[in-house]
Design a protein around this ligand. Structure first.
Ligand SMILES: [Zn+2]
Length: 187
C-alpha cells in the first residue's frame, strides 16, 4: 500500500510542524528558528508531494440555537432583511466576546408585531440583543420577546446615542425630539 500523500493532525498556535528543509510554510504557518510552526489552532495538512504544510483554522463556534447573542447591524440587503455582526454570546457567567459571526434578521422575526419594513425594528449601527434560531452561519436570529431588540441606537437626525428605556415601538430623541421606530429592548 502506498503512503498517503497528505496527512492531517490538530495543532495549536506555535506548535512545530516540521523543519524548514522539509516543508514550506503554507497557509497559517510561519518559519521560526528553522522550524515551521502553526499560527493558529487548526488542522495541519502535510503535503508530502509538494513539501508544504497548510493549517486550516478551526472554528470553535460558541453559537447555538436558543442562545442569546449581541450584535451590530451593518447592512440591509433589502428593506426586509438586516445583516448583523454577532460579537458576543450570553453565558451563565456573563457576556463573552467571540470571534465575529454573521447573523441575519428577517422582518418577520424582528418583532412580535407585523412590521412593514426592517427599518421599523433596527437601524444601521444599532446594538441588538437577539436569540439564535439556526445552527450554522449565517445565523438566523430573532428579536421576538420582551427582553430582545435594540439595546443601543443613534438618533437618525442628530446622531445622539440613545439607550431605549421602554419596549414601546417608538423612540423619542432626548436631544432633538425626533421620533423614530425601533424594536427596543430596555436594559
Ligand atoms: Zn436627535
Amino acid at each position: 500500500m502506498q503512503e498517503p500523500s497528505v496527512s492531517r493532525a490538530l495543532v495549536t498556535p506555535g506548535e512545530e510542524l516540521g523543519v524548514e528543509e522539509e516543508y514550506l510554510p503554507g497557509d497559517n504557518a510561519y518559519v521560526d528558528s528553522g522550524y515551521v510552526k502553526s499560527m493558529v489552532l487548526g488542522i495541519a495538512e502535510w503535503d508530502r508531494v509538494n513539501h508544504v504544510v497548510n493549517v486550516k483554522p478551526l472554528k470553535l463556534s460558541l453559537i447555538r440555537p436558543g442562545q442569546i447573542v449581541y450584535g451590530k447591524v451593518y447592512y440591509f440587503p433589502s428593506d426586509k432583511v438586516a445583516m448583523v455582526r454577532i460579537f458576543a454570546v450570553q453565558q451563565q457567567d456573563g457576556v463573552r466576546r467571540i470571534q465575529a459571526e454573521t447573523g441575519i434578521l428577517y422582518v418577520t422575526y424582528a418583532s412580535e408585531e407585523r412590521l412593514g419594513t426592517i427599518y421599523d425594528a433596527v437601524g444601521l449601527g444599532d446594538l441588538i440583543k437577539a436569540r439564535v434560531l439556526s445552527s450554522k452561519p449565517p445565523y438566523h436570529i430573532s428579536l421576538r420577546g420582551p427582553s430582545l431588540g435594540v439595546v443601543e441606537t443613534k438618533c437618525p437626525q442628530c446622531r445622539a446615542v440613545i439607550v431605549p428605556s421602554s419596549t414601546s415601538g417608538k423612540i423619542t430623541c432626548p436631544v432633538c425630539g425626533f421620533v423614530f421606530r425601533r424594536k427596543a429592548a430596555p436594559s
